[in-house]
Design a protein around this ligand. Structure first.
Ligand SMILES: Nc1ncnc2c1ncn2[C@@H]1O[C@H](COP(=O)(O)OP(=O)(O)OP(=O)(O)O)[C@@H](O)[C@H]1O
Ligand SMILES: CC(C)(CO)[C@@H](O)C(=O)[O-]
Ligand code: BAL
Length: 338
């Protein structure tokens, strides 16, 4: 059994530790999480370890990003297994505060990202969400003052909101986005997958499949509104209740004015029973080389089409996300740079 990394419950103790690292000249990375860790989280820690001398993982189920009707109480809390997984990838320290440490009695301060990437999508369905995320992430970054913090593209809008917040507050931390790690059948790893029944788990990969299919259709130039409507219908037929299926500018998350001229991201959130799943994929712009090749070869046999990979894997198998995604898991290609 591996020794667990030291667990810090107070900001003062964490700051003292980081102070000793700074005095020794080490760079510091941070991986914020809500625990219930899986290979997606572990891929972030690996990436952080590859880039920084010392890495702090944080575990905190942040009450302010849950609405009263959401799953704060039910959210899985698995600290022992989390520490095992963090030990296995050489995490140097864990910050796992109690709520009072992050939200002292009488607290009245919050960080709110009012527009830009926070507009629409998740905000339409979880209006409280980004205020809670921005508040807790700014507190975590101020507690650890890392050189870089690592987030998953699975929560794509969250990643862009955090990047905007860090730029606006001029916090001295690079925000690094890393590819989504998926099960072999395409389902994005998520702590909330634990809520799925066996029947729902069998349906769940259809969210990614619908997005991947819609992305291909947009890439070859089909009408975007029709593609999105068809994707929504496919999801409903499979048993989902979609909150949204939307094409957005991949850098700003603004509505797309000209699909051929903008970087594109396709994002969706959908309920399966009592579980809300989110996912997203990159969409190569219509008219790119890939689109032209696909258009020139319309008669791909269905079996081949079905056997196609979910997304291009990272070219370099030694890339941390790809290495972590060994076994039946795989990571989407591409890193959203710092
Ligand atoms: N499949 C994944 N691949 C890569 N990163 C991921 C994956 N799932 C979560 N992350 C990232 O891990 C960090 C912590 O996320 P969090 O603890 O909320 O896990 P989660 O699995 O997304 O949980 P939830 O089910 O609540 O959405 C975030 O930056 C998130 O984007
Ligand atoms: C970024 C985060 C740790 C803030 O609580 C959370 O939203 C998450 O786990 O994605
Ligand atoms: N992974 C995002 C955290 C949340 O949904 O609350």
């Amino acid at each position: 059994m591996l020794f667990h990394p030291p667990v810090f419950r107070s900001i003062d103790a964490l700051r003292a530790l980081v102070g000793t690292w700074r005095a020794a000249g080490f760079t510091v990375g941070m991986v914020p999480t809500m625990g219930a860790l899986h290979a997606g989280h572990v891929s972030l820690v690996r990436a952080a370890k590859a880039r920084q001398d010392r890495v702090i993982a944080t575990i905190f189920v942040n009450p302010t990003q849950f609405a009263p009707n959401e799953d704060f109480a039910a959210y899985p809390r698995t600290e022992d297994s989390d520490l095992d997984q963090l030990a296995a990838v050489g995490t140097d320290a864990v910050f796992a505060p109690l709520p009072d440490e992050m939200y002292p009695a009488g607290h009245v301060t919050a960080v709110s990202v009012e527009g830009g990437p926070a507009l629409g999508l998740e905000s339409d369905f979880r209006p409280h969400f980004f205020r809670g995320v921005a508040t807790v992430v700014s507190k975590l970054l101020l507690a650890g003052m890392p050189d870089a913090a690592f987030f998953g593209e699975k929560d794509y809008q969250q990643l862009l909101v955090i990047r905007r917040m860090v730029a606006d507050l001029r916090l001295p931390t690079d925000i690094v986005g890393l590819p989504t790690v998926r099960e072999g059948d395409g389902l994005a790893l998520s702590s909330r997958n634990a809520y799925l029944s066996a029947e729902e788990r069998a349906i769940a990969p259809k969210l990614h499949a619908a997005l991947a299919e819609a992305a291909e259709e947009i890439e070859v130039g089909l009408e975007v509104a029709e593609v999105l409507a068809a994707a929504r219908q496919t999801l409903e037929k499979a048993g989902f209740r979609p909150d949204y299926v939307a094409l957005r500018n991949a850098e700003t998350l603004a509505e797309v004015a000209d699909a051929a001229a903008e970087p594109l991201r396709l994002l969706a959130a959908a309920w399966l029973g009592r579980t809300r799943l989110i996912d997203n994929v990159a969409v190569p712009s219509p008219g790119t080389a890939g689109a032209a090749a696909a258009a020139a070869e319309p008669e791909i046999a269905p079996a081949e089409a079905e056997a196609a990979p979910f997304d291009t894997p990272p070219a370099d198998p030694t890339e941390p996300a790809a290495a972590e995604a060994g076994g039946s898991e795989q990571a989407d290609g591409g890193e959203l740079g710092a």
